[in-house]
Ligand binder design. Sequence first.
Ligand SMILES: [Zn+2]
Length: 163
Amino acid sequence: MENRNITTKITVCSYDELNEEEKKLIGAAKEATNRSYAPYSRFQVGAAALLAGDIVVSGSNQENAAYPSGTCAERTTLFYANSQYPDRAVKALAIAAQTGGEFIAHPTAPCGACRQVILETEERYKQPMRIYLYGTEEIFVVDSIRSLLPLCFGKNDLPEQAE
Ligand SMILES: [Zn+2]
């Protein structure tokens, strides 16, 4: 028997350390929180995706009285991006959240289902997605969903599929 440690790299930075393009993407995610429909959790999440060709699309969480019928901001955004711009890779994704009228101080991370969808998007476009998790006190940045989803299950785990 042996133990194996899995390490992931997360960059922690402040808003001022970001470049203009990164600030713009986070700004789009923050703005999207205002279009959230979250009457149950009152946790308004926004996401913004930067696509190849410098197109930015955003989305927010959309809840439902039948809870599982709602969906998260990340999946709303990526499914919209992938359905509207299927030929454009998603290069980066920013996620922001507010509750009680305040943006959260420390970043929140995507749920498991969204991590899986982000992984699928990375594999679909064969390139990693830089992810920004926004908090007013600190921002987490990862170079790929693989940092948030170690030991992932992806398309390579399945028998080879015809493209
Ligand atoms: Zn989610």
